[in-house]
Design a protein around this ligand. Sequence first.
Ligand code: UDP
Ligand code: UDP
Length: 291
Amino acid sequence: MERGDHVIVVDNFFTGRKDNLLHHLGNPNFELIRHDVVEPILLEVDQIYHLACPASPVHYKYNPTNVVGTLNMLGLAKRVGARFLLTSTSEVYGDPLQHPQVETYWGNVNPIGVRSCYDEGKRTAETLTMDYHRGANLEVRIARIFNTYGPRMCIDDGRVVSNFVAQALRKEPMTVYGDGKQTRSFQYVSDLVEGLIRLMEGDHVGPFNLGNPGEFTMLELAKVVQDTIDSEAKIEFRPNTEDDPHKRKPDITRAKELLGWEPKISLRQGLPLMVTDFCKRIFGDHSETTT
Ligand code: UDP
Ligand code: UDP
């Protein structure tokens, strides 16, 4: 919108909130439609950023967005000749046997596990995207997004960063699943947005890993949260969920070379920005509890 584009946001508000968009209401270049993309929709557009699908294991079981929603958005893109960007996921690598993960790695995914609707769903979405590209000549782009956090994230999303931050602010123990030695690589949201726009505007289909290669165990993440919010914050161990990937870290060589992109914001820089936002939402605007 800053560069003059007209933007239509389609959201079913499963994990998003109207509050997050309030500052755009009234902008003539902005339009908001409450709609679930698992139902067909008719719109006239030039580009589609297909970002739909809750990414949290707690939420994604309840909705077939990855397959049905992707099919509808591809059908829409085909009808109007729009360029289509799929936001796929690092979950396509499953519990990876290769580390860090390169785009050419095919992954290690359980097809019948509790996470399969998400990771196999996204793998199907990638297949559909490439089939529309080859079969219907659609212009497509594929991003594989690694764990991302930032302001406006759903407080009860159930993801590890939002959980730890909300727990530390509420003086509850941070829940570490398993032994806490599993790793993830955490990307700040503005870095991701920059990567997605470069991918959409660039000449390469992908897939491209978009993530921050800075890798942390969950215990190390808890330490960063302690340093940022409350050095007294406690840790509580909980049983881990089935099929939880042991490690994850993007190789971003391809995005660096072909998109001229790399993340700029480290976890220690990005986390305080999220904490400020979570503080406001948990305690209200006039809270004394800020970092
Ligand atoms: N679709 C949509 N909006 C459109 C065009 C298509 O939601 O503007 C949906 C359509 O309802 C269908 C899906 O996209 O379920 C795939 O459409 P496509 O035309 O590729 O397949 P077909 O309908 O020919 O099977
Ligand atoms: N996790 C954790 N405590 C929580 C939530 C998640 O230790 O309160 C762990 C989880 O077991 C996984 C990692 O954090 O190993 C990342 O989980 P998340 O749901 O954030 O992302 P994903 O599993 O999709 O990478």
